[in-house]
Design a protein around this ligand. Structure first.
Ligand SMILES: Cc1cc2nc3c(=O)[nH]c(=O)nc-3n(C[C@H](O)[C@H](O)[C@H](O)COP(=O)(O)OP(=O)(O)OC[C@H]3O[C@@H](n4cnc5c(N)ncnc54)[C@H](O)[C@@H]3O)c2cc1C
Length: 425
């Protein structure tokens, strides 16, 4: 359990030597006596977990496996669409984590041999683990939107995971002309970041307003009959972008019958929209790795014990971030970061006997309606009988002052700086 056999080490290195950061080869003798914790996914959950596992002492051998060399934060990507933030400020690398002693492997994990406790990488190499933490994020149920697919996303971007999709959506938004129609298809719950589709509509409207584009409409076709902070968003839309954003619930549109990326049309039971831009945010499920490893249930998400974030399928694997379900878990970067720190503490405790505090966390989500006009909601969370329970939820008020909204917009900027420093600093 505690040591890596020489043969394991050889398997680990096969085909990956070029991808490993320097610390991987620096101390093989020490690595053989330390428990090996492997983290998959270098986003909000995984990067934080890897950092906190090494930050609190050197007794663990920590490897982070991530398929991309850079992470583009989905959080604040809507502000990029509005032109409030340059793309470069969303992009982070992993050098600081390597400097802290995290071994980095840039490769896709193709599968998990759970009985043998090994990861199979796309390049054919394997990595053994004593304990595994996965934070693979989300995947899409493309087929749930008739006519939509990974290929269709090249014309009707989702832009829900950062990267090229986000750049594509921005290019398309910047090309919308006078009289143009934008359609946003908003997903059913549960999905990543509940307020984000509505913040996105706000930021699209801002981009068009700033560019002086006239007579545009943004129609949100929702799978839900209401959405988070709805009165606050609708009030903000009326004040900042009167007549631009229209929200339709399923009772009004009657369901999405099809999307056609060639003709750029969206057909509902009510009508066919011919759009200049279609942003399909499809229904979601756990990242493919969780599904392929048999860690999901019939919901498509990975059930976990909320007190430990351990998979209910395999107690050697912790699932954190958006991929996990088990009660009121919010699917946000803030929550993933909190879950990661709790999990790092639990893993250290179980492998090395480190201190164990009760699992508790908070979540606060800021949504920008316009520059200097941000709303927020949040709550604290704690496990009860294996499920996470939301306590003391709060939300912004409709009649709060302009000064408070401005203060909240500043808070959001501060949160992003703190969050990304916590993950990658
Ligand atoms: C528009 C938008 C706005 C948002 N705004 C906010 C906000 O204001 N506040 C907030 O808290 N949250 C926000 N979020 C939500 C936040 O981005 C996610 O909840 C958070 O990123 C989830 O973290 P995660 O670790 O689960 O997944 P991710 O951060 O997506 O990380 C998953 C990582 O795993 C890697 N990976 C996946 N599979 C494999 C594999 N097989 N092998 C190797 N690597 C793999 C991926 O490449 C990725 O880097 C927003 C999201 C969107 C889309």
């Amino acid at each position: 359990m505690r040591g890596l056999a020489v043969i394991d080490r050889r398997i680990f290195l096969r085909g990956t030597a070029g991808a490993l950061a320097a610390p991987a080869l620096a101390a093989p003798a020490i690595a053989q006596v330390k428990p090996h914790v492997v983290v998959v996914g270098g986003g909000a959950g995984g990067a934080t977990a890897a950092k906190y596992l090494v930050s609190t002492g050197a007794e663990l051998d920590v490897t982070l496996v991530e398929q991309n060399r850079q992470f583009v934060t989905p959080f604040t990507s809507n502000q990029f669409l509005a032109g409030l933030k340059p793309y470069e400020q969303l992009v982070f690398g992993y050098d600081n984590l390597a400097g802290r002693g995290v071994k980095l492997v840039f490769e896709r994990v193709a599968g998990i041999a759970r009985t043998a406790k090994r990861l199979r990488l796309a390049d054919g190499s394997e990595i053994p683990y004593d304990r595994l933490i996965i934070s693979p994020g989300i995947d899409f149920r493309y087929a749930d939107v008739p006519g939509y697919s990974a290929e269709a996303a090249e014309r009707m971007p989702h832009a829900w995971r950062g990267g090229d999709q986000l750049l594509l959506l921005k290019r398309r938004l910047d090309a919308v002309e006078d009289g143009g129609l934008i359609v946003i298809i908003a997903p059913p719950t549960p999905y990543r970041c509940p307020p984000a589709p509505y913040e996105r509509a706000s930021m699209m409207a801002l981009a068009l307003k700033r560019r002086g584009v006239k007579d545009v409409r943004i129609v949100i076709l929702d799978a839900k009959d209401h959405f988070t902070m709805q009165p606050l968003f609708e009030d903000g839309w009326e004040r900042h972008y009167p007549g631009v954003i229209e929200w339709q619930d399923p009772k009004m549109h009657g369901g999405i019958k099809s999307v056609d990326p060639k003709s750029m049309t969206v057909t509902t039971d009510l009508e066919t929209h011919k759009a200049a831009l279609v942003n399909v945010i499809p229904p979601q499920q756990a990242g493919r790795l969780g599904r392929d490893a048999g860690l999901t249930d019939e919901t498509g998400w990975c059930p976990v014990d909320a007190g430990t974030m351990k998979s209910l399928v395999d107690a050697n694997i912790h699932v954190i971030g958006d991929a996990a379900i088990g009660g009121d878990f919010p699917k946000s970067g803030f929550a993933a970061n909190n879950e990661a720190k709790n999990t790092a503490m639990i893993v250290r405790h179980e492998l090395l006997g480190g201190r164990l505090l009760p699992v508790r966390f908070t979540n606060h989500c800021w949504s920008t309606i316009a520059p200097d006009d941000a709303i927020k909601n949040g709550a604290r969370y704690e496990p009860r009988d294996g499920k996470i329970v939301m306590l003391d939820p709060y939300t912004s008020q409709r009649d709060e002052s302009a000064e408070l909204r401005e203060k909240q917009a500043k808070e959001a900027v501060g949160w992003y700086r703190g969050m990304t420093t916590d993950m990658f600093g």
